[in-house]
Write a protein that binds this ligand. Structure first.
Ligand code: F6R
Length: 260
Protein backbone atom coordinates (compact mmCIF):
# COMPACT_ATOMS: atom_id res chain seq x y z
CA UNK A 1 0.00 0.00 0.00
CA UNK A 2 1.42 3.34 -1.02
CA UNK A 3 0.10 6.44 0.72
CA UNK A 4 0.63 9.73 -1.13
CA UNK A 5 -0.28 13.01 0.56
CA UNK A 6 -0.68 16.09 -1.63
CA UNK A 7 -1.48 19.65 -0.62
CA UNK A 8 -4.82 19.70 -2.45
CA UNK A 9 -7.47 17.36 -3.82
CA UNK A 10 -6.66 18.70 -7.32
CA UNK A 11 -3.02 17.64 -7.05
CA UNK A 12 -3.90 14.22 -5.63
CA UNK A 13 -6.52 13.73 -8.35
CA UNK A 14 -4.03 14.70 -11.06
CA UNK A 15 -1.81 11.84 -9.87
CA UNK A 16 -4.80 9.48 -10.01
CA UNK A 17 -5.57 10.63 -13.56
CA UNK A 18 -1.94 10.04 -14.53
CA UNK A 19 -2.16 6.46 -13.25
CA UNK A 20 -5.30 5.89 -15.35
CA UNK A 21 -3.72 7.56 -18.40
CA UNK A 22 -0.55 5.51 -18.05
CA UNK A 23 -2.61 2.31 -18.03
CA UNK A 24 -4.80 3.33 -20.99
CA UNK A 25 -1.73 4.29 -23.05
CA UNK A 26 -0.03 0.99 -22.23
CA UNK A 27 -3.22 -1.06 -22.67
CA UNK A 28 -5.82 0.71 -24.86
CA UNK A 29 -8.37 -2.04 -24.09
CA UNK A 30 -8.01 -1.50 -20.32
CA UNK A 31 -10.89 -2.43 -18.02
CA UNK A 32 -11.57 0.35 -15.52
CA UNK A 33 -13.57 0.10 -12.31
CA UNK A 34 -15.25 3.44 -11.65
CA UNK A 35 -16.73 5.17 -8.62
CA UNK A 36 -19.27 7.97 -8.22
CA UNK A 37 -19.74 10.58 -5.48
CA UNK A 38 -17.93 13.87 -5.04
CA UNK A 39 -14.44 12.36 -4.59
CA UNK A 40 -13.60 11.22 -8.16
CA UNK A 41 -14.94 14.38 -9.82
CA UNK A 42 -11.58 16.22 -10.10
CA UNK A 43 -9.95 13.02 -11.43
CA UNK A 44 -12.70 12.69 -14.04
CA UNK A 45 -12.25 16.34 -15.04
CA UNK A 46 -8.55 15.63 -15.52
CA UNK A 47 -9.26 12.59 -17.68
CA UNK A 48 -11.59 14.70 -19.84
CA UNK A 49 -8.81 17.28 -20.20
CA UNK A 50 -6.27 14.59 -21.15
CA UNK A 51 -8.73 13.24 -23.72
CA UNK A 52 -9.25 16.70 -25.23
CA UNK A 53 -5.73 18.07 -25.03
CA UNK A 54 -3.56 14.99 -25.30
CA UNK A 55 -5.88 12.73 -27.31
CA UNK A 56 -6.05 10.12 -24.57
CA UNK A 57 -8.09 7.47 -26.36
CA UNK A 58 -10.92 5.66 -24.57
CA UNK A 59 -12.23 4.04 -27.76
CA UNK A 60 -11.31 0.52 -26.67
CA UNK A 61 -11.71 0.96 -22.90
CA UNK A 62 -14.35 -0.97 -20.95
CA UNK A 63 -15.72 0.21 -17.62
CA UNK A 64 -17.64 -1.26 -14.71
CA UNK A 65 -19.12 0.97 -12.04
CA UNK A 66 -19.08 -0.04 -8.43
CA UNK A 67 -22.68 0.50 -7.54
CA UNK A 68 -26.17 1.85 -8.17
CA UNK A 69 -29.23 2.62 -6.05
CA UNK A 70 -32.01 0.06 -6.28
CA UNK A 71 -35.25 1.54 -7.52
CA UNK A 72 -33.79 4.55 -9.36
CA UNK A 73 -34.28 4.68 -13.13
CA UNK A 74 -31.19 5.64 -15.17
CA UNK A 75 -32.70 9.05 -15.96
CA UNK A 76 -33.15 9.98 -12.28
CA UNK A 77 -30.80 12.91 -11.54
CA UNK A 78 -29.44 11.15 -8.42
CA UNK A 79 -28.84 7.81 -10.20
CA UNK A 80 -25.28 6.75 -10.82
CA UNK A 81 -26.18 6.18 -14.49
CA UNK A 82 -26.98 9.88 -14.72
CA UNK A 83 -23.89 10.85 -12.73
CA UNK A 84 -21.54 8.87 -14.97
CA UNK A 85 -23.11 10.11 -18.19
CA UNK A 86 -22.96 13.75 -17.13
CA UNK A 87 -19.58 13.77 -15.39
CA UNK A 88 -17.56 11.43 -17.57
CA UNK A 89 -18.93 9.29 -20.36
CA UNK A 90 -20.45 11.98 -22.56
CA UNK A 91 -17.13 13.85 -22.56
CA UNK A 92 -15.03 10.86 -23.65
CA UNK A 93 -15.03 8.59 -26.70
CA UNK A 94 -15.78 5.47 -24.65
CA UNK A 95 -18.39 3.41 -26.55
CA UNK A 96 -21.65 3.31 -24.59
CA UNK A 97 -21.87 -0.47 -24.97
CA UNK A 98 -18.51 -0.78 -23.18
CA UNK A 99 -19.79 0.99 -20.05
CA UNK A 100 -21.48 -1.07 -17.35
CA UNK A 101 -23.36 0.15 -14.29
CA UNK A 102 -25.51 -2.07 -12.06
CA UNK A 103 -29.18 -1.96 -13.09
CA UNK A 104 -31.16 -0.27 -10.33
CA UNK A 105 -34.41 -1.46 -11.88
CA UNK A 106 -33.59 -5.14 -12.17
CA UNK A 107 -36.41 -7.42 -11.08
CA UNK A 108 -34.07 -10.34 -10.37
CA UNK A 109 -31.27 -9.01 -8.18
CA UNK A 110 -29.33 -12.28 -7.60
CA UNK A 111 -29.36 -13.16 -11.34
CA UNK A 112 -28.30 -9.62 -12.26
CA UNK A 113 -25.44 -9.66 -9.74
CA UNK A 114 -24.18 -13.01 -11.01
CA UNK A 115 -24.31 -11.72 -14.60
CA UNK A 116 -22.40 -8.56 -13.57
CA UNK A 117 -19.63 -10.68 -12.04
CA UNK A 118 -19.58 -12.82 -15.18
CA UNK A 119 -19.35 -9.72 -17.42
CA UNK A 120 -16.31 -8.50 -15.44
CA UNK A 121 -14.71 -11.92 -15.86
CA UNK A 122 -15.50 -12.06 -19.58
CA UNK A 123 -13.91 -8.62 -20.04
CA UNK A 124 -10.70 -10.06 -18.58
CA UNK A 125 -11.09 -8.69 -15.04
CA UNK A 126 -10.56 -5.17 -13.73
CA UNK A 127 -7.18 -3.60 -14.51
CA UNK A 128 -7.61 -0.56 -12.28
CA UNK A 129 -10.32 0.24 -9.76
CA UNK A 130 -10.93 3.81 -8.62
CA UNK A 131 -12.40 4.09 -5.12
CA UNK A 132 -13.65 6.73 -2.74
CA UNK A 133 -14.18 5.91 0.92
CA UNK A 134 -17.19 6.46 3.15
CA UNK A 135 -16.82 8.27 6.47
CA UNK A 136 -17.52 4.85 8.02
CA UNK A 137 -14.81 3.09 6.00
CA UNK A 138 -17.03 1.66 3.26
CA UNK A 139 -15.76 1.01 -0.27
CA UNK A 140 -18.33 0.65 -3.01
CA UNK A 141 -21.40 0.35 -0.82
CA UNK A 142 -19.83 -2.37 1.30
CA UNK A 143 -20.88 -1.00 4.65
CA UNK A 144 -19.14 -1.94 7.93
CA UNK A 145 -19.73 -5.63 8.62
CA UNK A 146 -19.62 -6.59 4.93
CA UNK A 147 -17.83 -9.84 4.26
CA UNK A 148 -14.30 -9.15 3.12
CA UNK A 149 -14.71 -11.80 0.39
CA UNK A 150 -18.16 -10.64 -0.75
CA UNK A 151 -19.22 -10.47 -4.41
CA UNK A 152 -21.66 -8.19 -6.25
CA UNK A 153 -24.94 -8.22 -4.34
CA UNK A 154 -27.69 -6.17 -2.71
CA UNK A 155 -26.75 -4.15 0.38
CA UNK A 156 -28.74 -1.99 2.79
CA UNK A 157 -27.28 1.45 3.44
CA UNK A 158 -26.54 2.50 7.01
CA UNK A 159 -28.39 5.56 8.35
CA UNK A 160 -25.06 7.45 8.21
CA UNK A 161 -24.48 6.73 4.51
CA UNK A 162 -28.09 7.67 3.72
CA UNK A 163 -27.49 10.92 5.58
CA UNK A 164 -24.20 11.54 3.75
CA UNK A 165 -25.98 11.11 0.42
CA UNK A 166 -29.09 13.11 1.39
CA UNK A 167 -27.71 16.12 -0.52
CA UNK A 168 -28.64 14.44 -3.81
CA UNK A 169 -32.34 13.99 -2.89
CA UNK A 170 -35.10 16.45 -2.11
CA UNK A 171 -36.74 14.51 0.74
CA UNK A 172 -35.53 12.04 3.38
CA UNK A 173 -37.97 9.47 2.12
CA UNK A 174 -36.57 9.61 -1.41
CA UNK A 175 -33.09 8.43 -0.33
CA UNK A 176 -32.87 4.76 -1.34
CA UNK A 177 -32.29 2.18 1.36
CA UNK A 178 -30.90 -0.51 -0.93
CA UNK A 179 -28.15 -0.65 -3.52
CA UNK A 180 -26.39 -3.13 -5.75
CA UNK A 181 -22.65 -3.01 -5.14
CA UNK A 182 -19.58 -4.89 -6.27
CA UNK A 183 -18.34 -6.94 -3.33
CA UNK A 184 -15.13 -6.41 -1.40
CA UNK A 185 -13.80 -9.60 -3.00
CA UNK A 186 -14.73 -8.31 -6.46
CA UNK A 187 -12.87 -5.06 -5.83
CA UNK A 188 -9.82 -6.85 -4.42
CA UNK A 189 -9.39 -8.83 -7.65
CA UNK A 190 -8.60 -5.65 -9.59
CA UNK A 191 -4.95 -5.65 -10.69
CA UNK A 192 -4.49 -2.16 -9.30
CA UNK A 193 -6.51 -0.02 -6.90
CA UNK A 194 -6.46 3.77 -6.51
CA UNK A 195 -8.38 5.11 -3.50
CA UNK A 196 -8.89 8.85 -3.17
CA UNK A 197 -10.01 10.67 -0.03
CA UNK A 198 -10.33 14.38 0.61
CA UNK A 199 -11.36 16.55 3.54
CA UNK A 200 -11.22 16.11 7.29
CA UNK A 201 -14.50 14.19 7.26
CA UNK A 202 -12.55 11.26 5.82
CA UNK A 203 -9.51 11.47 8.17
CA UNK A 204 -10.75 8.97 10.75
CA UNK A 205 -11.82 6.40 8.14
CA UNK A 206 -8.52 6.79 6.25
CA UNK A 207 -6.44 6.26 9.40
CA UNK A 208 -8.49 3.19 10.34
CA UNK A 209 -8.20 1.78 6.82
CA UNK A 210 -4.47 2.42 6.39
CA UNK A 211 -3.08 1.96 9.89
CA UNK A 212 -5.75 0.07 11.81
CA UNK A 213 -6.40 -3.65 12.03
CA UNK A 214 -7.86 -5.41 9.01
CA UNK A 215 -11.49 -5.82 9.91
CA UNK A 216 -14.90 -6.10 8.30
CA UNK A 217 -15.87 -3.19 10.56
CA UNK A 218 -13.72 -1.00 8.26
CA UNK A 219 -14.10 -2.63 4.83
CA UNK A 220 -11.42 -0.38 3.27
CA UNK A 221 -8.83 -1.89 5.66
CA UNK A 222 -8.70 -4.98 3.41
CA UNK A 223 -6.72 -2.85 0.94
CA UNK A 224 -3.72 -3.45 3.21
CA UNK A 225 -3.70 -6.93 1.67
CA UNK A 226 -3.70 -5.68 -1.93
CA UNK A 227 -0.42 -5.84 -3.83
CA UNK A 228 -0.90 -2.58 -5.74
CA UNK A 229 -3.06 -0.13 -3.83
CA UNK A 230 -2.33 3.60 -3.98
CA UNK A 231 -4.03 5.90 -1.47
CA UNK A 232 -4.17 9.51 -2.71
CA UNK A 233 -4.98 12.04 0.02
CA UNK A 234 -5.14 15.75 0.60
CA UNK A 235 -3.69 17.16 3.83
CA UNK A 236 -7.02 17.14 5.66
CA UNK A 237 -7.82 13.50 4.88
CA UNK A 238 -4.30 12.56 6.04
CA UNK A 239 -4.79 14.44 9.33
CA UNK A 240 -5.18 11.37 11.59
CA UNK A 241 -2.36 9.25 10.14
CA UNK A 242 0.42 8.39 12.60
CA UNK A 243 3.04 7.68 9.96
CA UNK A 244 2.36 10.64 7.65
CA UNK A 245 5.96 11.96 7.91
CA UNK A 246 7.22 8.58 6.73
CA UNK A 247 4.77 8.44 3.79
CA UNK A 248 5.86 11.95 2.75
CA UNK A 249 9.54 11.01 2.95
CA UNK A 250 8.98 7.93 0.79
CA UNK A 251 7.16 9.95 -1.87
CA UNK A 252 9.77 12.72 -1.90
CA UNK A 253 12.58 10.19 -2.34
CA UNK A 254 11.04 7.93 -4.96
CA UNK A 255 13.57 6.79 -7.54
CA UNK A 256 12.83 8.32 -10.96
CA UNK A 257 11.75 4.97 -12.44
CA UNK A 258 9.06 4.66 -9.78
CA UNK A 259 7.53 8.09 -10.30
CA UNK A 260 3.90 8.42 -11.33
C1 F6R B 1 -19.56 5.54 -4.95
C2 F6R B 1 -19.08 4.68 -3.88
C3 F6R B 1 -18.89 5.15 -2.48
C4 F6R B 1 -18.27 6.54 -2.38
C5 F6R B 1 -18.18 6.98 -0.92
C6 F6R B 1 -17.62 8.37 -0.79
O1 F6R B 1 -19.64 4.86 -6.17
O2 F6R B 1 -18.87 3.54 -4.15
O3 F6R B 1 -18.08 4.23 -1.79
O4 F6R B 1 -16.99 6.51 -2.95
O5 F6R B 1 -19.44 6.92 -0.35
O6 F6R B 1 -18.52 9.28 -1.34
P1 F6R B 1 -18.08 10.79 -1.61
O7 F6R B 1 -17.02 10.74 -2.64
O8 F6R B 1 -19.31 11.46 -2.15
O9 F6R B 1 -17.60 11.33 -0.32
Amino acid sequence: MEVIIQSSSQEASALGARLVARLVRRKPSAVLGLATGSTPLPLYRDLIRLHREEKLDFGAVTSFNLDEYLGLPPAHPASYHHFMRENLFRHLNIPEENTHIPDGLTTDVPAFCQAYEEAIRMAGGLDLQILGIGGDGHIGFNEPGSSLVSRTRIKSLTPRTRQDNARYFSTEDEIPRHVITMGVGTIMESQEIVLLAFGEGKAEAVAAAVEGPITASVPASILQLHERATILLDEAAAGDLRRSAYYRWIYDHKPAWQEI
